[in-house]
Write a protein that binds this ligand. Structure first.
Ligand code: HEM
Length: 422
């Protein structure tokens, strides 16, 4: 049954079909083998035209204008969540039936998507975020203070993960005593977006999903009894009028936590690595900390934390000059679109002063445009500014280790030396 679940989730094509597809660059990009640098394959796909039909049966684009049009086209929907149907969420809270993300905002289409998004949006407006700036600065400085006695530390778990976990816990009004659990759930569940390859792997994912579901079901119950000003209380208050199910609440709250840090940690980790590998750029940031905002845009463009997403056509549509029949799947390679030479001059160059860096699609586009984009930008900017402000001579103390995921591009480890004599 568990195996069937992974199949229904449709996370990836079988390895056999991938192998059979041989020289298909889309198969390489979506396959399971580690791909430290996907950009040569993205370039190859883009060179074949705005929309490439993979021999695996779906279309794929690494062309900025086409990817952007796909993401904005109301006839191209997000893939509906797998309906495994055997558990009544209202009666059996706490029991996961499927990948939580499959039931969150990310996997919903209008009109339910529009309604749910309207409930959550007020916590993410520029005005709401401005009230959080000081708290985020405090969080970042607090994380750095905790590391102040060390000459060397692993930047990923000690800083890149800790900052966004604490920020999102603050937003959800959750105490961060379980930050290690959150980090583990994010790593395991985020990693499974690429698909699971074995029953053993699926069991690990299912166990994390069970723990997450239990945690959020419990949180929602506590917040229902004692409402606050936080986004979870807002969701509960809107439950009846917006006809949200218990599952909608759990899945969306879990998404806010997961999406809130798993991606932002990649932004911070990828950003620090890029700056350490490009000393001229790092020197520019150290000389002018006001460049941190644009540096964040360039990191998002150059090493996008979310490399791809997909849409399914609801009816016949024209994409990249091609007529696609209903039920056509299109994979948009955000990381590839972000290096499209039609939009970005010398696209493989990392340049924190790039004038149009912000034109990237790292936060997607259209109806599902990342709700947390403003928050992530603010966290990234403060984190890079404060880190390099405190440690202008920060250097690598070992090799960076990348995570295995194709969809989420981030680091597992980045040992650094502060360069400050203790
Ligand atoms: C959606 C990227 C940070 C919450 C998305 C999507 C992308 C994305 C690409 C859309 C996927 C699609 O179109 O299929 C990122 C990146 C981040 C980041 C790169 C950090 C650098 C955050 C944060 C939060 C957040 C901090 C919230 C706390 C969400 C939510 C959605 C979303 C709720 C679903 C929106 C919808 O479906 O309407 N994000 N995200 N994200 N993100 Fe983010």
């Amino acid at each position: 049954r568990e195996f069937r679940q992974t199949a229904i989730m449709g996370l990836r094509r079988s390895a056999t079909r991938l192998v059979a597809a041989g020289g298909d660059p889309a198969a390489k990009v979506l396959g399971h083998r580690p791909l430290p640098d996907p950009h040569p394959f993205y370039d190859e796909i883009r060179d074949r035209g705005p929309l490439y039909r993979s021999r695996l049966g779906f279309h794929v684009t690494a062309h900025h204008a086409t990817a952007s049009a796909v993401l904005r086209d109301p006839a191209l929907l997000v893939l509906p969540g797998a309906e495994l149907g055997s558990v009544d969420w209202d009666r059996e809270p706490g029991k996961p039936v499927a990948h939580l993300i499959e039931h969150s905002l990310l996997a919903m289409n209008p009109p339910v998507h529009t309604r749910l998004r309207r409930v959550v949006a007020p916590w993410f407006t520029p005005r709401a975020l401005r009230t959080r700036t000081e708290q985020i600065e405090k969080t970042v400085r607090g994380c750095l203070d905790e590391l102040a006695h060390l000459d060397e530390f692993d930047l990923v778990p000690e800083f890149a993960v800790r900052v966004p976990v604490r920020v999102i816990c603050d937003l959800l009004a959750v105490d961060d005593s379980r930050e290690n659990d959150f980090a583990r759930w994010g790593r395991i569940v985020g990693g499974s977006l690429d698909g699971v390859r074995s029953l053993t792997e699926w069991r690990v994912v299912a166990e994390s999903l069970r723990e997450m579901t239990e945690f959020f079901t419990d949180l929602i119950e506590r917040r229902r009894a004692e409402p606050g000003e936080d986004v979870v209380s807002g969701l509960i208050a809107a439950q009846d009028s917006e006809e949200l199910t218990a599952r909608d609440l759990v899945a969306t709250t879990a998404l806010l936590l997961g999406a809130g840090f798993e991606t932002t940690q990649s932004l911070i980790g990828n950003g620090v690595l890029a700056l350490l590998e490009h000393p001229v750029q790092r020197a520019a940031l150290v000389a002018d900390p006001a460049l941190a905002g644009n540096a964040v845009e360039e990191v998002l463009r150059w090493d996008s934390p979310v490399q791809m997403t997909a849409r399914l056509s609801d009816k016949a549509v024209t994409v990249g000059g091609r007529e696609l029949p209903p039920a056509s799947a299109v994979v948009t390679l955000l990381g590839g679109a972000n290096r499209d030479p039609e939009v970005f001059a010398d696209p493989h160059r990392f340049d924190i002063t790039r004038a149009n860096a912000r034109d990237h699609l790292a936060f997607s586009s259209g109806a599902h445009y990342c709700l947390g984009a403003g928050l992530a930008r603010m966290e990234g900017e403060i984190a890079l500014r404060e880190l390099f402000g405190r440690y202008p001579d920060l250097s690598a103390a070992g090799a960076a280790r990348r995570g295995p995921s194709r969809t989420l591009h981030g680091l597992l480890s980045l040992p650094v030396r502060t360069g400050v004599a203790k």
